[in-house]
Design a protein around this ligand. Sequence first.
Ligand code: SAM
Length: 228
Amino acid sequence: MNAADDKTIVREYFNSTGFDRWRRIYGDGEVNKVQLDIRNGHQQTVDTVIDWLKADNNLPELSICDAGCGVGSLSIPLAVDGAKVYASDISEKMVEEGKDRAKQTLGNSENPTFAVQDLESLSGSYHTVICLDVLIHYPQEKADEMISHLCSLAQSRIILSFAPKTCALTILKKIGSFFPGPSKATRAYLHREADVVRILENNGFSVQRQAMTKTRFYFSRLLEATRQ
Ligand code: SAM
């Protein structure tokens, strides 16, 4: 399968069964145990990013690009805290849901702004570029290109999360219990941390803060890198 196929499959998935599944996981209604575990894990990743940004005490001065924003789980709280947020996603349905949720929380605010756009075609310049739990849908070579492009949009900082290629996860993936259930409709790619760090460094960034979220079914390595 080539990278273009991966992208088409991912787009279609997040506009159909994936939308229903992830909208529920990223919500607060009733879900099954596995989905609840993933919801809690993902929330930890989001909370870590918010904690990092808040610790710097300059959120209202920041322009933030949330690439692959999903239903706005990160974009909306960042906008509430005063950052100027540009949120985009390849899936029309996820973006519509994000807009609805932003309206419920923030009323008719123009912040965040939402757009249906794949991250490869994003342009502009932002203080901070964030991309959470998107790279898992792409093989390493494609992820390298995506990371390089995101770096080109970031004036100062990039924050990425990915599923780390560790022995335990590789085995889990082989036996098929990684991201169980209907989400198996898309492939889950694991990435070596050393590869991600190398791409960041090749683009002039160096890692400052890092975190790992690990629950039963959710694994996400989070890196913050700043421009040197
Ligand atoms: N970042 C969000 C979060 O953490 O709440 C959503 C994570 S969700 C697992 C992955 C999202 O990435 C989906 O909304 C999907 O539509 C989006 N996505 C996948 N490939 C993309 C691409 N090439 N460009 C932009 N968005 C993409």
